[in-house]
Design a protein around this ligand. Structure first.
Ligand code: ATP
Length: 330
């Protein structure tokens, strides 16, 4: 069993985490771990409970039950929270009249971080010139980069980013991917939320997928992609399946009539078909349809649209420690 004294500093452990707002259960008995040196995608449709979970992890709201710890400690008990965890939960909470650089300088002062680190981070996040202008005029992508710079100020071991790809153009998403990869290469723990699997599928090593506040899947991204294979279109799939079996390759006929062979050796499949005298109309590696899988796993669970909305809250019930949003009780 893991204890606070033996847990690695950057390990995130969520155990039986539950959050109720009145009668509405936003996060329901959620358990997962996030490993250092890896990028983990925290995925689920709108309203699944991602932000609520991250807020509990960051000590901004109290769990109804369960725990969320970083290096074995709840956030509020971390001896050096700023150098342990950097977070960017919203891309909008900057003083609009203040420049991005000034915003970071204020934060740096609070966190006891030298001003030189601010300029280093503005370079790293690609906004050195724009950061001298008023933050009120920033695009969403710029605000994302500024939020990322703020999260990294104290060079934390753990980075928690809520929808960081929102508002980034394809070039920006590619940049973010490379940047996060670089940080995970330094051994940092990176937890990135998104409501789109497709947006992060090339970025993340592991996934934690939730729907209706509950865990539906967690593990390496490779496991989600499934076993690679070959897709073949031929005139007689059953005959080709028989010929492949002789060559020690198992296969199944898909709904659309194509044959899915359990091998990545396309040349072998082509050769077997040729020897069997069967025409091949199409031959390609099989790639998982992640979008379809994600939809299947989370189907109809967007609570903000009302589907499956039993007990859905009409009004916010609790004041949020970060945004000061309205609300009262738990
Ligand atoms: N303070 C609150 N009071 C009442 N209900 C809340 C509060 N905060 C969140 N909720 C509800 O809890 C559910 C989960 O919300 P949450 O913001 O955690 O989802 P999410 O997965 O982050 O969604 P999105 O992708 O849209 O940001 C939603 O139905 C939301 O309306």
């Amino acid at each position: 069993m893991t204890t606070a004294t033996t847990t690695r500093a950057g390990l995130i452990e969520v155990t039986g985490l539950t959050k109720r707002f009145g009668t509405f259960t936003a996060v329901d008995d959620l358990s997962f771990t996030v490993e250092p040196g890896r990028i983990t995608g925290f995925l689920g449709p709108n309203g699944a409970g991602k932000t609520t979970t991250l807020r509990m992890l960051l000590g901004l709201i109290r769990p109804t039950s369960g725990t969320a710890t970083i290096g074995g400690h709840p956030y509020v008990d971390l001896p050096h929270p700023l150098s342990s965890v950097g977070a960017a939960l919203e891309a909008t909470n900057f003083h609009p009249g203040r420049s991005g650089r000034d915003h970071l300088l204020v934060l740096a002062d609070t966190a006891d971080v030298p001003a030189s680190r601010v300029d280093e981070l503005l370079e790293l996040t690609g906004i050195p010139a724009a950061a001298r202008k008023r933050a009120g005029g920033y695009s969403m992508g710029m605000r994302q980069r500024l939020g990322l710079a703020a999260a990294l100020l104290a060079d934390p071991e753990v980075l928690v980013l809520d929808e960081p790809a929102n508002g980034l153009d394809p070039e920006g998403i590619r940049w973010l991917r490379g940047f996060l990869r670089h940080l995970s290469g330094q051994g940092k723990t990176i937890l990135v939320s998104s409501h789109l699997l497709r947006e992060v599928e090339q970025t993340v090593d592991d996934v934690v997928i939730i729907a209706n506040g509950r865990l539906v899947r967690s593990g390496p991204m490779a496991g989600l992609r499934g076993t690679p294979g070959a897709l073949v279109q031929t005139s007689d799939p059953a005959a080709l399946a028989g010929a492949l079996r002789v060559a020690d390759v198992t296969s199944t006929v898909a709904e659309d009539g194509s044959l899915v062979a359990d091998t990545t050796d396309l040349r072998l499949v082509g050769d077997v078909a040729l020897r069997a005298g069967l025409p091949v109309y199409g031959l390609a590696p099989r790639t998982a349809d992640l979008e379809a899988l994600f939809f299947e796993l989370t189907e109809g669970t967007n609570r903000n649209l009302g589907a499956g909305a039993a007990g859905s809250p009409a009004v916010p019930l609790e004041r949020d420690a970060m945004t000061g949003e309205e609300g009262a009780n738990e």
